[in-house]
Design a protein around this ligand. Structure first.
Ligand SMILES: [Mg+2]
Length: 246
């Protein structure tokens, strides 16, 4: 088994927009959405509290909400090929989300990535307003940093890919970190002078991890029908991986 393991955020990282941004704007309007975010920037409100406030606006059956999100939220088309290449190289990949596990699972299943492990929160979908059942007693609701730390303590070298506030601590724990261009995580890491690699899509992450300049990757030919890469790859990525500054 490879010594490397990859952790990936969901909302805004695999998708183009945040799930709860879409839901609150839909169910309560843009003004309500702005209200729910007050206090996040100065730290007087936790992300967990914001998410719960946002979830309380969602007053519809789960299936209707999932259908809405399929229409309004786009999954990065280069994510499935990235997963396929990780698999081919026997590099574990896990999605870590402060959002809701069934929603993440729905989107991953629809791109042929239904077997990717997901660590996220659960939800009660009462029609009087949804309630998130947070998995961890931390401000982010999901303790992504602890999960990355545990992997490192077990001897794994870690890659973290994210975009937002819920990724700050986890990214700092990782050996190599990717921050979505123009999003909060990039601003956070830049401000503290921490090393990171910017990305716009998983095609960039894949190229950075697996296709060094001047070396043509052997892993090409993603087959949408089978969700597999057509050609075999080396089983590790030692060629390309370099541990980032801690
Ligand atoms: Mg995110």
């Amino acid at each position: 088994m490879s010594a490397w393991t990859v952790f990936v955020d969901f909302d805004g990282t695999i998708t183009d927009v945040d799930t709860f941004d879409v839901l609150v704007r839909h169910f309560a309007g843009p003004q309500a959405w702005a209200q729910t975010e007050i206090g996040l920037d100065d730290g007087t409100t936790s992300l967990r509290d914001v998410l719960q406030r946002q979830a309380s606006y969602v007053r519809a059956p789960y299936d209707d909400v999932a259908a809405l999100l399929r229409r309004e939220v786009t999954v990065d088309p280069s994510f499935a090929p990235f997963v396929a290449e990780c698999r081919l190289r026997r590099i574990p990949i896990t999605v870590l989300s402060s959002g809701i596990a069934p929603i993440v699972a729905d989107r991953l299943a629809r791109i042929g990535c239904g077997d990717v492990p997901i660590i996220a929160n659960d939800v009660d979908t009462r029609l009087t307003g949804w309630t998130i059942r947070f998995r961890d007693a931390v401000g982010n609701g999901t303790d992504k940093a602890a999960i990355v730390r545990t992997a490192r303590a077990a001897g794994r070298a870690t890659v973290f890919v994210g975009d937002g506030r819920s990724d700050y601590a986890a990214a700092l724990e990782a050996d190599r970190r990717f921050a979505k261009s123009g999003h909060n995580l990039q601003r956070f890491l830049s401000a503290r002078g921490s090393a990171y690699e910017a990305f716009a899509s998983f095609a960039d992450v894949r190229a950075a991890l697996f296709a060094p300049p001047g070396v043509t990757t052997e892993c090409t030919g993603y087959d949408l029908a089978t969700s597999r890469l057509a050609r075999s790859c080396p089983e590790d990525m030692s060629l390309r991986i370099a541990i980032g500054d801690p």
